[in-house]
Every structure is written in C-alpha cells, then in structure tokens.
Design a protein around this ligand. Structure first.
Ligand code: GDP
Ligand code: IMO
Ligand code: MG
Length: 426
C-alpha cells in the first residue's frame, strides 16, 4: 500500500534515520525535511559509497526522487552549497529535483559565532551544541528578526534587516574581529547566492498539496530525536526545534490528514551526544564496547557519542508523543557479541518505582534505571534478510521491545549498508 509516512528519531538522535529514510524512500515519490538544520548528520551507505547529509533530504541519493526543504528548517546557505558540491563529486544529480521554501530562515555566519560565544559563556552548564548556529537562528525566527530565503531576492529589504541585526546583536558583534561578525560581507555573500537559490525556491506547501492530490506519496524526514525536542525533550539540553512528528505539519505547511503513518527509528541501544541527563548511560567497558562496535562518533562533529542500554521508559514517551505505530530497529548487529543485554523497564525516583518518564524531565538526571537482563545471542546477525532467520534470542529481544511499546516492527537493520536490512511485512 502506498502511504505518506513521517520518520522520526525516538531517542537522542543518530538512531540511523538516514539509512531508514533511504530504504523507505525507494517506495515514495517525494522526501521532505521539516526541521533542524546542519546540526543533523544522516548517513547512507550504498555499496562502498558513504553519503553524509546535513540539510538535504536523504532521498536525494535515489535518482529521480523529488526532495523538499520546508519552512521549519533553518538553512545554512554556505553549508547547503558545500553539500551540493559534495553531491556533484559523488555523481548525484540533484538539479531540478531539490526545492526550498522561501519562508525558510537562514543560518548566517553570525549565528555560528553567537552559538560558540553562548556555549563558552555557559561554562560548566554548556549544552554541547554542534555550533552550527541552530539555536541563534531559531531565536531570530521566533523574535521575528530572521532573514529568510525570500529576502535574498529583495536586496533593499535584506540590507535593512541586516542593519537591524547590527543593532540587536550589538553585544556580540560590535567589537568582534571575527570575520563572521562582518555584516557587509554577509550581505555580499547572500546577493552572490541569488542564482543558486533562484533554481531551488518553490512554494513547498503547495507543491506537496498538489502532489498529494495527484496520488504521489511523501516521506517526511525528521532530524534529531524526541529527547532533543525543544518542548518535549530534556530541556534545556535539547535542540531548538520540534523534532517530533507534529513538527512535520508546521515545518512543511501540510495538514494532518495527509499523514498515514509515523515510523519511529530506534537504535537497539541508546546514544547521546552533548550534555544532559541520560539514565542508562554506561561509563564503563560495556559502554566503550558499544561505542567501538557501533562506531559511535558523530557524523557532524566527530564527537564520541555517550552509549548505554535501551531505555523502554524513555521510548514509551517517544512512542506516545509521536503517535508511532511502527518502528525501525537499527544497529542490532552491534549487540551480536554481548553475553548479556540489559533493557531498562522502570526507573526508581526517590524510592518510588515509575514506568513513565517523570513529570519534570530534568529529573531524568536523578532516576536509577531498573533493568531486565536478557541473554545475548552471541552470533552474527549481519547478512540475515528475514526475521525468522535471526538467532532466536535476537527475535526475543525485538519482540520484547515491540510488545512493551505496543507497536509493530517494520524494519530491522543489521549493518550500515542498504542490503543489511530485514524488511518486515505485516
Ligand atoms: P541519523 O542521524 O539518525 O541518520 O544517524 P547517523 O547517520 O548519524 O548515525 C548512524 C550511524 O550508524 C551511521 O554511521 C550509519 O551508517 C550507521 N548504521 C545505520 N544502521 C546501522 C546498522 O544497522 N548497523 C551498523 N553497524 N551501523 C549502522
Ligand atoms: P541527527 O539528525 C544527535 C544535539 C547536540 C546538542 C543538542 C543541541 O543526526 O540525529 P544544537 O546544535 O542543535 O543546538 O545542539 O542537540 N544534536 C544532535 N545529537 N544527532 C543530531 O542530529 C543532533 N543535532 C543536535 O549534540 O546536545
Ligand atoms: Mg546523525
């Protein structure tokens, strides 16, 4: 059945959304990004070629698929052009099938500078941002100070809005010798990008509406994960957008009836990059084993990811908020050698057992995870192409997760490559 799906991360990002979107993209006509920016790093491996996408929807790797960047995204134009150059080198022809909304806010050099200054000033309370200017760009959007793609084509307005930036950002920019603080330079750069953007700009909301009316199918690609959602995540240790499925609607200008299904991507264990609470974090050899075997180093910043066991309490929150009915479980192969696999089923908070996240998510820093211990399968899963071919204990592990969460499994990933996947049919 052809359907419109939203794909979201159910943990702290890096669940393998890029791979999952790439696989599901084969079945749809259009792939659309609805939030975040170049803080994302979505990896796709096709044969021996690795693609890492930050802003461009992961569907671009599929020849002929249309890709859209919605108004909910904050777009770094320098980053976009660099990404296009890499695609050119990798032989991906994106011309005529990549489109951007004129209402998309831009991430400009001064946003990255401010991100770095803010992080430094936060000192020991720093968030560990990707320093891609995401927070400062969303601040401008909400404060109605942002510069949007449409402004590129109205030079007088652009100039005026940059002059306003000089005033509102005075404390950051006035005495700075960093070239990113130079607003005249930014103006010239943006004017120089007019031709590139002229080819990309369309009314995204309308294009998706009309495509849908014609029976074409759309995959809505999320970035980050539920626990990094600015409203529903571990605030303030979060990103600055709505990473959850609701963000797909406002981030692209589509109505809820267009959505048929929400697919949640879940890594078979948990990782997090940056600061903030992480109840099942393992700071021992077991965590190090997961990091090495899972190659858990950030696709955007190269930072080592913090690793820990799967957390069902956290995932119950993710499933509920996103309306997930179907999950894609990734990186199962990383657990292949483990003799014991633990799953957090409850937390203990102030002597009480709880099976849902606490009312105040910052309490996640004080909960003690209660684990169920499962025997590992200790045999390879990579290369297995049907569920029944998995080691019985691996099947038990997956079924245990799906049953607890009340969802069905649509896909299991056992390696980074496209073929290293089990597609599960209902
Ligand atoms: P995303 O941000 O959710 O798209 O995830 P990332 O691309 O940042 O990180 C996931 C990493 O795991 C990438 O390096 C992928 O190539 C890799 N990966 C994805 N699925 C699997 C899998 O099933 N097994 C293994 N070993 N690696 C995987
Ligand atoms: P993908 O799409 C993992 C984290 C940062 C930091 C916090 C805020 O690849 O899953 P920001 O730069 O957004 O202001 O940083 O969010 N973060 C991610 N962690 N995967 C991501 O994206 C992330 N994007 C942001 O590490 O803790
Ligand atoms: Mg990533």
């Amino acid at each position: 059945m052809k359907k419109n799906q939203i794909v979201v991360g159910c943990q702290w990002g890096d669940e393998g959304k890029g791979k999952v979107v790439d696989l599901l993209a084969a079945e749809v006509d259009i792939i659309a990004r609805f939030q975040g920016g170049a803080n994302a790093g979505h990896t796709i491996v096709v044969d021996d070629t690795k693609y890492v996408l930050h802003l461009i929807p992961s569907g671009i790797v599929h020849e002929g698929k249309e890709c859209y960047i919605g108004n909910g995204v904050v777009l770094d134009p320098i980053g976009l052009i660099e990404e296009l150059e890499v695609l050119d080198k990798q032989g991906i022809d994106y011309r005529g099938r990549l489109f951007v909304s004129p209402a998309t806010n831009l991430v400009l050099p001064y946003h990255k500078l401010i991100d770095a200054i803010d992080e430094k000033n936060r000192g020991t309370s720093s968030i560990g941002t990707t320093k891609r200017g995401i927070g400062p760009a969303y601040i401008d959007k909400v404060a109605r100070n942002g510069i949007r793609v449409a402004d590129l084509f109205a030079p007088d307005r652009l100039k005026k809005r940059l002059e306003w930036q000089r005033r509102v950002k005075e404390r950051y920019l006035a005495d700075s010798t960093d070239e990113r603080a130079d607003l005249d330079r930014t103006y010239d750069m943006l004017i120089g990008m007019q031709d590139t953007f002229r080819e990309l700009v369309v009314d995204v909301s309308r294009a998706l509406f009309e495509a849908h009316r014609k029976g074409r199918t759309i995959l809505f690609e999320g970035a980050q994960g539920v626990m990094l959602d600015v409203d529903l995540g571990t605030y303030p240790f979060a990103t600055s957008s709505n990473t959850t499925s609701g963000g797909a609607l406002t981030g692209l200008g589509v109505g809820p009836k267009m959505i048929d299904e929400v697919v949640g991507v879940i890594k078979a264990y948990t990782t997090r990059v940056g600061a903030g609470p992480f109840p099942t974090e393992l700071v021992d050899d077991v965590g190090e084993h997961l990091r090495q075997r899972g190659d858990e180093f950030g696709a955007t910043t190269g930072r080592p990811r913090r690793c820990g066991w799967l957390d069902l309490v956290q995932l119950r929150h993710a499933i509920r908020i996103n309306g997930v009915e179907s999950i894609a479980v990734t990186k199962l192969d990383v657990l292949d050698e483990s003799a014991e696999i633990k799953v957090c089923t409850e937390y203990e908070l102030e002597g009480q057992r709880i099976d849902q996240v606490p009312l105040d998510l910052s309490e996640l820093g004080h909960v003690k995870p209660i684990y169920k211990s499962l025997a590992g399968w200790q045999s390879p899963t990579t290369g297995v192409t049907d569920f029944a071919g998995l080691p019985p204990k691996a099947q038990d592990y997956l079924n245990f997760i799906a049953e607890d969460l009340g969802v069905k499994i649509c896909l299991v990933s056992t390696g980074a490559k496209r073929q290293q996947t089990i597609m599960c049919h209902a």
